[in-house]
Design a protein. Structure first.
Length: 316
């Protein structure tokens, strides 16, 4: 396809992804205060790391002592619920937009590699959710240290927008980071990244994982950075090993195809057919053709006639 056709296809894929996120966000807006099928609501789930702190480490702003966040603006509660709904929609619709991404890459793959669509979508959704869950657990560990280290002299009263932005950003960073190995696998299947290149770049890539984790973690504590960097390093090594196995499979298949074709060369010409026998010639006992009888004196005439060498060269 031309560049314009690629752009049209990309626009279509983006529109379908946004539509899926919008529909899932409606569900997320309802899920913010209602727990379906016995599950906790997303609002209650997100404030869990803060409410799990000891009562002496957080301020009591309600009469009954229930754990609540502080809202200081008129539209804070609505904007907060809308932000959580969109984040929930992105999480719920991850199979759809991952499928759209894969469908945009699929035309560059071979026919036997297109069957990985279901595996790609399943792995992508699993990795994204796993990263978000790990980020949530890291927030709990970070809060238990940062919000209790100085509770002898001060108490924490967090505002809703700041707190939810922090939690959602950490979960999004972890979720997107966990898609890195899937991106490497997709490039390897497309033939862009080979195992030889990844093996050559392994040390630099492993170091970059820890550098990126140090820059992306908003908490700034070494524990969260090491956990994210270690998880990304494990996933990176897994994707490199997948590239090794995939390239070995491709090489084995190419070797088998060459053996099946034999030693025939595509550039070699076919052997020329044998020249037809002259009319009147007969085959001998061994299958060789016998020359046709010539008139008397014809042989002497051919012998006496001198044909220049240049004439043969011109004919050839």
């Amino acid at each position: 396809m031309s560049i314009v056709e690629h752009l049209y296809e990309l626009r279509t894929r983006l529109l379908w992804s946004l539509l899926a996120i919008a529909v899932a966000s409606v569900i997320g807006f309802w899920w913010y205060s209602h727990g379906p099928f016995g599950l906790p609501s997303t609002g209650h789930l997100l404030v869990g790391p803060y409410c799990d702190l000891p009562a002496t480490s957080r301020a009591e702003i309600t009469r009954d002592g229930e754990c609540r966040l502080l809202a200081t603006g008129v539209f804070d509660q609505f904007n907060l619920r809308l932000k959580v709904a969109v984040a929930t929609g992105v999480l719920l619709a991850c199979p759809v937009w991952l499928y759209q991404i894969w469908s945009f890459i699929v035309p560059a793959l071979h026919r036997n590699e297109k069957r990985y669509t279901a595996i790609f979508v399943a792995m992508g959704g699993t990795l994204f959710v796993s990263g978000a869950v790990l980020g949530y657990l890291m927030i709990t560990s970070a809060f238990s240290f940062f919000l209790t280290v100085g509770n002898e002299t001060q108490v924490t009263a967090l505002q809703g927008p700041d707190y939810f932005s922090f939690v959602l950003n950490v979960m999004a960073i972890f979720g997107v980071s966990f898609e890195l190995p899937l991106f490497i696998i997709a490039l390897n299947l497309a033939g862009v990244l080979t195992y030889t290149k990844l093996k050559k770049w392994r040390r630099g890539l492993l170091l970059s994982m820890f550098i990126v984790s140090a820059l992306m973690t908003p908490t700034g504590d070494p524990f969260t950075m090491l956990v994210l960097g270690g998880a990304l390093a494990i996933l990176l090594e897994s994707s490199i090993q997948f590239a090794r196995l995939n390239d070995r499979r491709k090489a084995r298949r190419a070797l088998g195809a060459d053996a099946w074709e034999g030693e025939l060369d595509d550039e070699a010409a076919s052997p020329a057919p044998s020249a037809p026998q002259p009319i009147g010639a007969s085959a001998g006992p061994s299958g060789s053709a016998l020359a046709a009888p010539q008139p008397v004196g014809q042989a002497d005439k051919l012998t006496r006639t001198s044909i220049p060498r240049s004439g043969f060269d011109d004919v050839l």
